[in-house]
Write a protein of this length. Structure first.
Length: 467
């Protein structure tokens, strides 16, 4: 038979010490757990203590051994004084049944052990002022919690009302917000609308800053009228960048002094080269301009390509030349460039197609420069072709690295594939180079137009309806 006893102490070692003090070493640890003693409702407050559960086994072996010892020893004083008559009657030489002795001796210790355990358990429970595992009685605290929430809400309302009554100084932030925040600046309503318009158009941050400073200096009456404010904005944007007329040709012969193989005097064709990175549409743009010059302006043109890197480049330029009805030449080395120009000096314009170069490769850009500066008083006007769909930082990188070829004007392609015109205007303003053409599709020769400031600004201002 086994009995379970519980000991509660501040820690495990104190509980184990109490168990050993009462039971000695003859017990088995069954379980230990943390219990909370005292406090309100058994939840709030109180102390966390350790409850140790031990089990004691009722072992009859000591009693059995003692009985056998007393039965087998005739000369022992303890045997002569044993009050148990059953045992005394068996102290002779006749056979003693051990089962009868065991049953008679076993009964008395078992009763005594039970009595001792019950008395010890009652003493421990009486000494403790708490229940080891109390059954908590929970109350419904819903009303109390609701009262606390209402009190907190009243305090928040009072604080908000006090803050609202305090005068707030107007903040004017003239710098744009960090990247990713479209509503960082705080302006009066109409100026804020202008700011949102510029931000949606993806103007560069320095340019937004400059525009907003100027817009804050206009008359107050214009700030309150959105149409007047838009007109001020239109004028401001048009003054930020420059445009150039389309290619103009002089029909009169130009006398030019030359050196080496160049003629001493006579009419020279206008030379225009198209440079840029790969895939921006240089060859298609060249074909559009050539077609308009030949079919609409009735000028004589010739196509020349130095792009021998791409497999289909020469076939593409020859196809365009056959469709337009103009001659074309393919240049493979620098020494053939100037003789080719002299060979076709009777035309009005020579349009030069170049291979796409990475703006990150300085060697390729410098190699391109060798073709475009042949010397001998030969001037070549260079158009840098940029796709309007790339990131503004990439545009800046292209401007910086292609500056080594001293380009004169800008052409923006694929404008039909973008809804943000801010980078175009920002780049033209930063580079201080005029925009000459805007390409808005793949159709030859229709999807190209001379750059006009009103057209570009209108594309930006019209986006205010989307805000």
């Amino acid at each position: 038979m086994s009995l379970s006893k519980f000991y509660v102490a501040p820690n495990y070692f104190e509980a184990l010490k109490s168990a050993k003090a009462e039971l000695g070493e003859d017990f088995l640890i069954v379980n230990q757990r943390k219990v909370k003693v005292g406090g309100f409702l058994g939840i709030f407050g109180g102390r966390v203590m350790v409850e140790l559960e031990v089990r004691v086994e009722d072992d009859p072996q000591p009693a059995k051994k003692s009985a056998r010892a007393r039965a087998g020893s005739n000369s022992s004083p303890a045997a002569n004084s044993n009050p148990n008559p059953a045992i005394i009657s068996k102290q002779s030489n006749e056979f003693i049944d051990p089962r009868s002795v065991y049953s008679q001796v076993r009964q008395q210790p078992e009763i005594n052990a039970r009595t001792d355990y019950s008395q010890s358990a009652e003493a421990v429970l009486a000494a403790q002022s708490f229940q080891p595992r109390p059954a908590p009685v929970r109350e419904d605290n819903t009303d109390k919690l609701m009262d606390m929430m209402r009190t907190m809400q009243q305090q928040l309302d009072t604080l908000n009302s006090k803050m609202a009554k305090q005068p707030q100084p107007q903040q004017i932030i003239v710098s744009p917000p960090p990247s990713g925040a479209s509503k960082g600046a705080i302006y009066p309503p109409n100026l804020q609308r202008v700011y949102e318009l510029l931000y949606r158009a993806e103007f560069c941050e320095p340019l937004i800053n400059k525009i907003m400073i100027d817009m804050q200096n206009i008359p107050e009456a214009s700030k309150d009228d959105w149409e007047k404010l838009k007109e001020h904005l239109r004028i401001k944007l048009m003054g930020l960048f420059k445009t150039a007329p389309q290619i103009s040709l002089n029909d009169e012969a130009e006398g030019r002094e030359s050196v080496g193989d160049a003629p001493a005097a006579g009419k020279m064709p206008k030379l225009v080269a198209f440079v840029g990175t790969t895939g921006v549409g240089k060859t298609t743009t060249l074909a559009k301009i050539a077609t308009n010059l030949v079919l609409r302006a009735k000028k004589k043109a010739m196509l020349l390509t130095i792009d021998t890197y791409r497999v289909a480049a020469t076939h593409q330029i020859s196809t365009y030349a056959d469709i337009i009805g103009v001659p074309y030449e393919i240049i493979y080395k620098e020494s053939d460039f100037l003789p080719c120009i002299m060979k076709h000096r009777d035309v009005d314009v020579i349009l030069i197609d170049t291979a796409g170069r990475s703006q990150r490769n300085n060697l390729e850009v410098l190699e391109l420069r060798k073709f475009l500066y042949p010397g001998n008083n030969i001037d070549i006007e260079i158009f840098l072709v940029i796709s309007s769909t790339i990131k503004y930082r990439d545009m800046q990188d292209i401007i910086k690295n292609f500056g080594k070829v001293n380009f004169n004007k800008l052409i923006f392609t694929k404008t039909d594939e973008t809804t943000t015109w801010g980078p175009i205007l920002s780049l033209a303003s930063e580079a201080d180079k005029p925009i000459i053409y805007i390409s808005n599709g793949q159709n030859v020769p229709d999807d190209i137009m001379p750059a006009e400031a009103n057209y570009v600004v209108k594309k930006i201002i019209d986006n205010e309806d989307l805000i």
